[in-house]
Unconditional design. Structure first.
Lengths: 307, 280
């Protein structure tokens, strides 16, 4: 298993390098002079030159590239040009992870029960949940939730954020945005779990297990689910990118300070370092998610580890 | 069980598929007929009617500038459907071509192309869209291009897979023996076999493209005002959520209806092609 992990880590490196280079190039092609954007039309030529120098934009491109790569390797994403604060300090992935967790915790049992009682009422519930979850753009479900559960029925705060130092308020504020993200994830997970379970429940080894008297609960939740988990792992991994997009929208709707607002702001302000840092983080998260997906395959299905 | 039905027969008998098709057709008709059926000009301002609640004259109420929301929602359908359809078509064409070429040529070339696609896939789709729109600007053709680019890698993958096995098959070998050009083999012999997968993927992607357009214009990076798009109306509604909830709710329902229609069609198609997954 250790060799498998190491091998996958090494294989992820070239991708990571290419991603970083692409980030560097993309950010430089964004039109507009950052110094001009920050200082405005009235700025003197002197002030512009000084700011470009301070931001390291007056050295040749390849030099900027080497500096950027070196800094990323040291784990230093730089200091935001516009906000003058370290980029790392602005990162918040709490919402995304809680969203995934909710999706898996609610989606798996729903999918299993739907497959077990195929055509019954719980199957209908799963089917409609999936259909709605797949249909709702994240900002629309967020706005409707906000209207219903924070404005019409004042159960939750309208602004979805509270300082970490105040745990009850912090978690109460997290509920709606997390539910919003989780709801969409449930749709994906429940759907794949259901079809995976339907396939594995009709396999011969399940009939064998039933025939030799393994309790039904064990057959479903241990024997069948284990095989159905592989496509679920794929889906969770694949939809990580979509989930990040959805958290950007959710943050905007629930007015949470986070990556979503930052990236939109950074694009408007031509904040190169911020944009660069944010994209590195996004790409890193997706690459790590893919890695975790592969490792999860290895954990679920020992046959994959051998190769 | 009656006589076995073909895919077309099962599709016709599938209620969810038919409901989706009817719903989508209805929305397309509304969008096409917008100049004739929308009760007002979508950009006509009326300061006195600012943020008016739904009433007999304005069924969906009015926005901040007193514009009729129903008319704007109807006109918004044109933007959403057009951007979605054209960008999906472009990414299908581009991704399909790249995938078939990459798979057919194989070797180092294939590895390099797929590595590039993997790198592009490493960026969350919405983030990629945001950055490309910022790069290109936000007029109609650039917006379409931005959404299309984000979908090229998945289409390339879908086209490449089957190409890899198809090119080893006897009929391709026979084509080569007869001296057909590579281009002819790819277009006439491989493409038709890949087309089914591309079309199924395209029907799924249409929903994503429409959702991306709405999301971008909700964020404020869509078509510039005063063009009525669903995302931008929802954005205005979101800014006035407490005073004028209808402004956000009606265009939201419109987006939701299109998404439901497309997903019902997608589900129905899947059930029709794979009867094992169906409910009963």
């Amino acid at each position: 298993m250790l060799r498998f992990v190491a091998l996958r880590l090494v294989m992820a490196l070239p991708t990571l390098w290419a991603v970083l280079t692409l980030v560097f190039v993309l950010v430089r092609i964004v039109p507009g002079d950052p110094a001009l954007v920050i200082l405005g039309d009235q700025a003197t030529e002197q002030a512009l030159v000084a700011l470009r120098h301070r931001m390291g934009l007056d050295v040749p491109l390849w030099d900027q590239y080497l500096q950027f790569m070196g800094a990323v390797l040291r784990g230093d994403l730089g200091i935001s040009m516009v906000r003058n604060r370290p980029v790392w300090g602005e990162v918040a992935l709490e919402l995304t992870f809680v969203g995934i967790l909710l999706g898996v915790v609610m989606g798996l049992p729903l999918g299993v029960l739907a497959a077990q009682h195929r055509g019954g009422w719980i199957d209908a519930v799963a089917r409609w949940t999936s259909l709605l979850g797949l249909s709702f753009p994240a900002f629309i479900s967020g706005i409707l939730m906000l209207l219903l559960l924070a404005v019409e029925l004042p159960w939750f705060p309208v602004i979805g954020n509270a300082p970490f130092a105040n745990p009850p308020a912090h978690f109460r504020a997290l509920v709606l945005p997390a539910l919003n993200l989780g709801f969409i994830m449930v749709a994906y997970v429940a759907r794949v779990t259901r079809s995976g379970m339907l396939a594995s429940l009709s396999e011969d080894y399940i009939r064998t297990a039933r025939a030799k008297g393994v309790p039904a609960r064990l057959v479903v939740w241990r024997h069948a689910l284990r095989n159905a988990l592989i496509p679920v792992v794929t889906v969770v991994g694949l939809y990580f990118g979509i989930l990040i997009g959805n958290s950007v929208l959710t943050e905007i709707v629930f007015n949470r300070p986070g990556l979503g607002k930052l990236i939109v702001g950074a694009l408007n302000d031509r904040d190169y370092t911020m944009l660069q840092g944010l994209m590195v983080i996004y790409a890193l998260v997706v690459v790590v998610a893919n890695l975790a997906t592969d490792l999860a395959y290895g954990a679920v299905d020992p046959r994959i580890r051998v190769r | 069980m009656g006589a076995p039905k073909g895919i077309a027969g099962r599709a016709l008998g599938n209620r969810s598929l038919m409901a989706g098709v009817i719903l989508l057709l209805l929305i397309i008709v509304l969008a096409v007929l917008a100049p004739w059926i929308s009760p007002y000009d979508p950009n006509d301002q009326d300061a006195i009617a600012s943020l008016g609640a739904p009433n007999a004259e304005h069924w969906f109420g009015t926005d901040f500038f007193g514009r009729d929301v129903l008319s704007r929602v109807i006109w918004g359908a044109r933007v959403s459907l057009f951007v979605g359809a054209v960008s999906t078509a472009i990414s299908m064409l581009l991704g399909g071509a790249i995938g078939i070429l990459s798979g057919y040529v194989g070797g180092r070339f294939d590895q390099a192309v797929m590595a590039v696609m993997d790198v592009l896939l490493s960026f969350p789709q919405l983030i990629m869209g945001l950055i490309i729109v910022a790069l290109l600007g936000a007029n109609l053709s650039d917006l379409i291009l931005a959404i299309a680019i984000t979908a090229v890698p998945p289409f390339a993958r879908v086209a490449r897979g089957p190409t890899l096995s198809l090119k080893e098959r006897d009929f391709v070998e026979a084509g080569r023996a007869l001296g057909f050009s590579n281009l002819r083999i790819m277009l006439v012999h491989i493409l038709p076999n890949v087309l089914d997968d591309l079309i199924v993927m395209g029907s799924l992607w249409l929903a994503t493209a429409i959702r991306t357009e709405a999301s971008l214009s909700f964020i404020g990076l869509g078509l510039p005002p005063p063009t009525a798009t669903w995302g931008s109306i929802i954005r205005e509604g979101f800014e006035n959520l407490l005073d004028a909830p209808w402004l956000a709710v009606f265009p939201s329902l419109a987006v939701l209806l299109v998404m439901l229609a497309l997903n019902m069609i997608g589900d129905g198609l899947r059930d029709a092609t794979d009867p094992k997954a169906a409910v009963s």
